[in-house]
Design a protein around this ligand. Structure first.
Ligand code: ZN
Length: 244
Protein backbone atom coordinates (compact mmCIF):
# COMPACT_ATOMS: atom_id res chain seq x y z
CA UNK A 1 0.00 0.00 0.00
CA UNK A 2 1.39 3.40 -0.95
CA UNK A 3 0.18 7.01 -1.15
CA UNK A 4 0.40 8.57 -4.59
CA UNK A 5 0.02 12.25 -5.42
CA UNK A 6 -0.60 13.59 -8.92
CA UNK A 7 -2.36 16.21 -11.04
CA UNK A 8 -5.55 14.65 -12.48
CA UNK A 9 -8.61 15.40 -14.61
CA UNK A 10 -11.94 13.70 -13.90
CA UNK A 11 -13.05 11.55 -16.85
CA UNK A 12 -16.00 9.60 -15.47
CA UNK A 13 -18.08 9.18 -12.31
CA UNK A 14 -20.50 6.50 -11.23
CA UNK A 15 -22.31 5.80 -7.99
CA UNK A 16 -21.06 2.93 -5.89
CA UNK A 17 -23.30 1.40 -3.25
CA UNK A 18 -25.24 3.88 -1.10
CA UNK A 19 -22.73 6.54 -0.35
CA UNK A 20 -19.63 6.24 -2.52
CA UNK A 21 -18.52 6.91 -6.06
CA UNK A 22 -16.08 5.39 -8.49
CA UNK A 23 -14.18 8.19 -10.21
CA UNK A 24 -11.96 7.65 -13.23
CA UNK A 25 -9.14 10.17 -13.60
CA UNK A 26 -6.57 10.83 -16.27
CA UNK A 27 -3.43 11.60 -14.26
CA UNK A 28 -0.08 13.05 -15.21
CA UNK A 29 1.98 10.51 -13.28
CA UNK A 30 -0.04 7.27 -13.50
CA UNK A 31 -2.11 7.53 -16.69
CA UNK A 32 -5.78 6.59 -16.43
CA UNK A 33 -6.80 5.26 -13.00
CA UNK A 34 -9.99 4.28 -11.23
CA UNK A 35 -10.51 5.39 -7.66
CA UNK A 36 -13.10 4.67 -5.02
CA UNK A 37 -14.24 7.84 -3.24
CA UNK A 38 -15.77 6.55 -0.03
CA UNK A 39 -18.69 8.49 1.35
CA UNK A 40 -18.34 11.15 -1.30
CA UNK A 41 -21.89 11.01 -2.58
CA UNK A 42 -23.45 12.49 0.55
CA UNK A 43 -20.67 13.91 2.60
CA UNK A 44 -19.73 17.15 0.91
CA UNK A 45 -21.80 19.78 2.74
CA UNK A 46 -24.99 19.16 0.84
CA UNK A 47 -23.30 19.46 -2.55
CA UNK A 48 -24.24 16.34 -4.48
CA UNK A 49 -21.59 14.66 -6.55
CA UNK A 50 -18.45 15.99 -4.85
CA UNK A 51 -16.02 16.12 -7.75
CA UNK A 52 -17.34 17.40 -11.07
CA UNK A 53 -16.49 15.90 -14.41
CA UNK A 54 -13.84 17.73 -16.39
CA UNK A 55 -12.10 19.41 -13.48
CA UNK A 56 -8.38 19.70 -12.91
CA UNK A 57 -7.39 18.58 -9.39
CA UNK A 58 -4.38 17.61 -7.36
CA UNK A 59 -5.31 14.22 -5.91
CA UNK A 60 -3.88 11.77 -3.39
CA UNK A 61 -4.83 8.12 -3.60
CA UNK A 62 -3.82 4.82 -2.07
CA UNK A 63 -2.60 2.33 -4.62
CA UNK A 64 -3.53 -1.27 -3.84
CA UNK A 65 -1.39 -4.00 -5.33
CA UNK A 66 -4.15 -6.51 -5.78
CA UNK A 67 -6.92 -4.25 -7.06
CA UNK A 68 -7.36 -1.94 -10.04
CA UNK A 69 -9.54 0.20 -7.77
CA UNK A 70 -7.46 2.75 -5.85
CA UNK A 71 -8.73 4.63 -2.79
CA UNK A 72 -9.10 8.39 -3.21
CA UNK A 73 -8.08 10.13 0.01
CA UNK A 74 -7.71 13.80 -0.93
CA UNK A 75 -8.31 16.22 -3.75
CA UNK A 76 -7.77 19.94 -4.22
CA UNK A 77 -9.50 21.64 -7.12
CA UNK A 78 -7.07 23.58 -9.35
CA UNK A 79 -9.33 24.62 -12.23
CA UNK A 80 -12.92 23.85 -13.14
CA UNK A 81 -12.58 25.49 -16.58
CA UNK A 82 -15.42 27.81 -15.67
CA UNK A 83 -15.73 29.49 -19.07
CA UNK A 84 -16.30 26.09 -20.73
CA UNK A 85 -19.46 25.52 -18.75
CA UNK A 86 -21.61 28.46 -19.75
CA UNK A 87 -21.01 28.08 -23.50
CA UNK A 88 -22.62 25.06 -25.13
CA UNK A 89 -20.23 24.83 -28.10
CA UNK A 90 -17.14 25.08 -25.90
CA UNK A 91 -18.57 22.62 -23.45
CA UNK A 92 -19.34 20.07 -26.21
CA UNK A 93 -15.83 20.51 -27.62
CA UNK A 94 -14.26 19.94 -24.20
CA UNK A 95 -16.38 16.86 -23.51
CA UNK A 96 -15.33 15.48 -26.90
CA UNK A 97 -11.65 15.88 -25.91
CA UNK A 98 -12.49 14.08 -22.66
CA UNK A 99 -14.21 11.26 -24.60
CA UNK A 100 -11.12 10.83 -26.80
CA UNK A 101 -8.85 10.53 -23.75
CA UNK A 102 -11.23 8.07 -22.08
CA UNK A 103 -11.47 5.90 -25.21
CA UNK A 104 -7.86 5.96 -26.35
CA UNK A 105 -5.94 5.55 -23.08
CA UNK A 106 -5.27 2.40 -21.08
CA UNK A 107 -5.22 2.17 -17.29
CA UNK A 108 -1.84 2.81 -15.64
CA UNK A 109 -0.23 3.83 -18.94
CA UNK A 110 1.57 7.07 -18.11
CA UNK A 111 2.00 9.63 -20.90
CA UNK A 112 3.06 13.06 -19.58
CA UNK A 113 3.08 14.82 -22.98
CA UNK A 114 -0.48 13.61 -23.62
CA UNK A 115 -1.62 14.84 -20.19
CA UNK A 116 -0.06 18.26 -20.89
CA UNK A 117 -1.66 18.36 -24.36
CA UNK A 118 -5.02 17.51 -22.73
CA UNK A 119 -4.78 20.36 -20.19
CA UNK A 120 -3.44 22.87 -22.72
CA UNK A 121 -6.23 22.04 -25.18
CA UNK A 122 -8.93 22.43 -22.50
CA UNK A 123 -7.47 25.84 -21.57
CA UNK A 124 -7.30 26.80 -25.24
CA UNK A 125 -10.93 25.84 -25.88
CA UNK A 126 -11.94 27.78 -22.75
CA UNK A 127 -10.14 30.94 -23.85
CA UNK A 128 -10.67 31.04 -27.62
CA UNK A 129 -13.71 31.80 -29.76
CA UNK A 130 -13.72 28.89 -32.20
CA UNK A 131 -12.56 25.47 -31.03
CA UNK A 132 -12.62 23.66 -34.41
CA UNK A 133 -8.88 23.96 -35.09
CA UNK A 134 -8.05 23.14 -31.44
CA UNK A 135 -9.99 19.88 -31.80
CA UNK A 136 -8.32 18.89 -35.08
CA UNK A 137 -4.88 19.66 -33.66
CA UNK A 138 -5.64 17.66 -30.50
CA UNK A 139 -6.85 14.62 -32.47
CA UNK A 140 -3.74 14.57 -34.67
CA UNK A 141 -1.27 15.18 -31.82
CA UNK A 142 -2.97 12.62 -29.58
CA UNK A 143 -2.76 9.99 -32.34
CA UNK A 144 0.93 10.86 -32.80
CA UNK A 145 1.70 10.63 -29.04
CA UNK A 146 -0.03 7.25 -28.80
CA UNK A 147 1.75 5.88 -31.89
CA UNK A 148 -1.45 5.71 -33.97
CA UNK A 149 -0.63 8.38 -36.56
CA UNK A 150 -0.78 6.78 -40.01
CA UNK A 151 1.82 7.28 -42.76
CA UNK A 152 0.93 10.77 -44.05
CA UNK A 153 4.04 11.75 -45.99
CA UNK A 154 4.89 8.94 -48.40
CA UNK A 155 2.99 6.39 -50.46
CA UNK A 156 2.79 3.17 -48.41
CA UNK A 157 3.62 1.10 -51.53
CA UNK A 158 6.13 3.04 -53.70
CA UNK A 159 7.37 5.51 -51.00
CA UNK A 160 6.87 8.54 -53.27
CA UNK A 161 6.74 11.83 -51.31
CA UNK A 162 3.11 13.01 -51.30
CA UNK A 163 3.39 16.25 -49.33
CA UNK A 164 3.14 18.47 -52.41
CA UNK A 165 0.81 16.35 -54.58
CA UNK A 166 -2.62 17.65 -55.64
CA UNK A 167 -4.37 14.64 -54.13
CA UNK A 168 -3.77 11.11 -52.78
CA UNK A 169 -5.76 8.19 -51.42
CA UNK A 170 -5.98 7.34 -47.73
CA UNK A 171 -6.79 3.90 -46.36
CA UNK A 172 -7.48 3.31 -42.66
CA UNK A 173 -7.06 -0.42 -43.14
CA UNK A 174 -3.62 0.05 -44.74
CA UNK A 175 -2.80 2.82 -42.22
CA UNK A 176 -1.64 5.49 -44.64
CA UNK A 177 -1.52 7.26 -47.97
CA UNK A 178 -1.23 5.95 -51.51
CA UNK A 179 -0.24 7.88 -54.61
CA UNK A 180 -2.75 8.15 -57.47
CA UNK A 181 -1.09 5.21 -59.23
CA UNK A 182 -0.75 2.74 -56.30
CA UNK A 183 -4.12 3.80 -54.83
CA UNK A 184 -6.01 2.47 -57.85
CA UNK A 185 -5.83 -1.09 -56.51
CA UNK A 186 -6.85 -0.27 -52.93
CA UNK A 187 -10.51 -1.09 -52.39
CA UNK A 188 -11.12 0.59 -49.04
CA UNK A 189 -9.93 4.19 -49.43
CA UNK A 190 -10.90 7.88 -49.50
CA UNK A 191 -9.54 10.56 -51.81
CA UNK A 192 -7.98 13.55 -50.00
CA UNK A 193 -6.49 16.82 -51.18
CA UNK A 194 -2.87 17.95 -50.96
CA UNK A 195 -4.00 20.75 -48.64
CA UNK A 196 -5.33 18.21 -46.14
CA UNK A 197 -2.10 16.19 -46.27
CA UNK A 198 0.07 19.29 -45.74
CA UNK A 199 -2.13 20.60 -42.90
CA UNK A 200 -2.17 17.27 -41.04
CA UNK A 201 1.62 17.05 -41.30
CA UNK A 202 1.95 20.63 -40.06
CA UNK A 203 -0.34 20.00 -37.06
CA UNK A 204 1.41 16.70 -36.25
CA UNK A 205 4.79 18.44 -36.12
CA UNK A 206 3.76 20.99 -33.45
CA UNK A 207 3.17 20.11 -29.84
CA UNK A 208 2.01 23.66 -29.10
CA UNK A 209 0.71 25.19 -32.25
CA UNK A 210 0.51 28.83 -33.16
CA UNK A 211 -2.94 29.98 -34.15
CA UNK A 212 -3.42 28.57 -37.61
CA UNK A 213 -6.13 29.71 -40.01
CA UNK A 214 -7.43 26.71 -41.94
CA UNK A 215 -9.95 27.17 -44.76
CA UNK A 216 -13.36 25.82 -43.88
CA UNK A 217 -13.41 23.31 -46.76
CA UNK A 218 -10.10 21.88 -45.50
CA UNK A 219 -11.37 21.78 -41.91
CA UNK A 220 -14.31 19.67 -43.08
CA UNK A 221 -12.13 17.33 -45.14
CA UNK A 222 -9.69 16.82 -42.23
CA UNK A 223 -12.54 16.30 -39.77
CA UNK A 224 -14.18 13.69 -42.00
CA UNK A 225 -10.87 11.90 -42.55
CA UNK A 226 -10.12 11.80 -38.81
CA UNK A 227 -13.60 10.49 -37.99
CA UNK A 228 -13.23 7.76 -40.59
CA UNK A 229 -9.83 6.78 -39.14
CA UNK A 230 -10.84 7.07 -35.45
CA UNK A 231 -14.01 5.01 -35.97
CA UNK A 232 -11.84 2.39 -37.71
CA UNK A 233 -9.37 2.32 -34.77
CA UNK A 234 -12.07 2.11 -32.08
CA UNK A 235 -14.58 0.05 -34.13
CA UNK A 236 -17.31 2.52 -33.20
CA UNK A 237 -18.49 6.09 -33.55
CA UNK A 238 -17.95 8.55 -30.72
CA UNK A 239 -20.91 9.90 -28.77
CA UNK A 240 -19.93 13.56 -28.94
CA UNK A 241 -19.64 13.70 -32.75
CA UNK A 242 -23.30 14.53 -33.19
CA UNK A 243 -22.96 17.61 -30.94
CA UNK A 244 -19.96 19.17 -32.69
ZN1 ZN B 1 2.70 4.86 -54.84
Amino acid sequence: MSFCKTPAVTLKRSDYRDSSQIITFYTRDYGKIQTLAKGLKRSVKGVSGGIDLLTYNNIVFIHRERSSLNILTEWVLQDNFHSLRDNLKKSHSAFYILELIREFTEENDKNEPLFDLFINTLSEIASRGDSTVSILAFEIQMLALLGHLPEMKHCVTCKANLNSKRFAFFSALECGLFCSHCGKDIKERVKISGGTIATINYLASKTRKERLAIQQSLQIEIRNLLRYYISFLLSKELKMWKYL
